[in-house]
Design a protein around this ligand. Structure first.
Ligand code: NAD
Ligand code: DAU
Length: 354
């Protein structure tokens, strides 16, 4: 039996990955370490409750004592590192936790892995989950990001993720720690915390609230359905080359405003209201330093490992809207948290004052 430590497995992508791995690897034991910050919830893991192969541990990746003890106690052979502060807007208003978790936390995990595994590296792997945002922002005519594109992070979030990527590579080159890295574009799908664009738009629309579009709405993201991301990570775990980085992206690159209109049309069809949902669209003050365009070149993972996303934007978005409609009690529980309401006030009602 393999013993996999998943960090941040109560968050959006981490929880989706826990469900995915539990299903596709019946011989694997999943040790899920998550601090349950505002972004993590055991509500995302309810279907795991009866599993003897999923062990949830509440804890902080910055705590070297706890992480080292987990490495020993559960004979961890693989680490899949999702835990992070992940919201760009929050990093602009308060960057400190991003440095702590994303930089110090990743360093702590690397140290714990190095100490636990020593010279016995066979069958061991530290997989680091990162983002396309480390590459910076593209103009309309520039080619998509490749694995060789120079790093140019522009927000405290992306700078902290870039630092963590550099640390992971440093441990590979300096200490021979067996590592792989994936840099992925914008994910969407079930269990995404409603501070992010797609769930925010769906849930605001259903409540008749304004649909906030930053600036002119002509920014571009490369959207990927979360299950396709899980498949890509799984492939890298088993077939990826040590020390290598793989870009992962969906190849769906609408303007934000077109994406928001698409969600409105889907809701018009699946949950018609008196008025068209698009009437709720409201342009608001732009994000500081807002990256204009991301696009991922996924040739490497495609040709070397045979990965391709299975969902296009239409099929992924339809599944996502349907999931939120069927899980309104989950959404109500997640968003009734007082800290979330305080965040909405800070980011939207006091926009421009922060
Ligand atoms: P998320 O914010 O939904 O979840 C993060 C999880 O990490 C939460 O469960 C939280 O409780 C946990 N966590 C935070 N600090 C911790 C700490 N100190 N110790 C232990 N656990 C802690 O994030 P997500 O969107 O699921 O992103 C997961 C990873 O994927 C992140 O590393 C992020 O940078 C990366 N990523 C995200 C996207 C995206 O579109 N969401 C795209 C590319 C890469
Ligand atoms: O590119 C990968 C990254 O995608 C991940 O590394 C991050 O963890 C993840 O949060 C995401 O970052 P973005 O900033 O791109 O995602 P977000 O959902 O916050 O915003 C998507 C786009 O929509 C972005 O251009 C900002 C815009 N936006 C966002 C919100 C929350 C709005 O116009 N209005 C909003 O209310």
């Amino acid at each position: 039996m393999k013993n996999v430590l998943i960090t941040g497995g109560a968050g959006f992508i981490g929880a989706n990955f826990v469900h995915y791995l539990h299903k596709v690897e019946p011989q694997t034991r999943l040790i899920n370490l998550d601090a349950l910050t505002y972004a993590g919830s055991t509500e995302n893991l309810k279907s795991m409750a009866d599993s003897s192969r999923h062990i949830f541990l509440k804890g902080d990746i910055c705590d070297i004592k706890q992480v080292s003890q987990i490495m020993r106690e559960y004979s961890i052979d693989t680490i899949i590192h999702f835990a992070a502060e992940s919201h760009v807007d929050r990093s602009i208003i308060g960057p400190a936790p991003f440095i702590q978790t994303n930089v110090v936390g990743t360093f702590t995990l690397l140290e714990a892995a190095k100490q636990a595994w020593g010279q016995e590296r066979s069958g061991k792997l530290f997989h680091h989950v990162s983002t396309d945002e480390v590459y910076g922002s593209l103009s309309p005519e520039e080619p998509a990001f490749q694995e060789t594109t120079a790093y140019d992070p522009r927000s405290p979030y992306s700078a902290s993720k870039a630092s963590s990527d550099h640390l992971v590579r440093a441990y590979f080159h300096t200490y021979d720690l067996p590592v792989t890295i994936t840099n992925c574009s914008n994910n969407y799908g079930p269990y995404q915390f409603p501070e992010k664009l797609i769930p925010l738009i769906i849930l605001n629309a259903l409540q008749g609230k304004p649909l906030p579009v930053y600036g002119d709405g002509k920014q571009i993201r490369d959207w990927l359905y979360v299950e396709d991301h899980c498949e890509a990570i799984h492939l890298v775990l088993h077939k990826g080359k040590l020390g290598e980085t793989y870009n992962v992206g969906g190849g769906n690159q609408p303007y934000n405003i077109d994406l928001v209109n698409k969600i409105c049309s889907l809701l018009d069809e699946l949950k018609p209201a008196t008025d068209k949902y698009s009437l709720l669209i409201t342009h608001v003050t732009d994000r500081l330093g807002h990256d204009r365009r991301y696009a991922m070149d996924t040739k490497k993972i495609g040709t070397e490992l045979g990965w391709q996303p299975k969902h296009d934007l239409d099929s992924g978005l339809k599944k996502t809207v349907e999931w939120y409609l069927a899980n309104m009690d989950w959404a109500a529980k997640i968003s009734k948290d007082r800290d979330f309401q305080a965040w909405i006030d800070k980011n939207y009602f006091k926009r421009g004052e922060n």
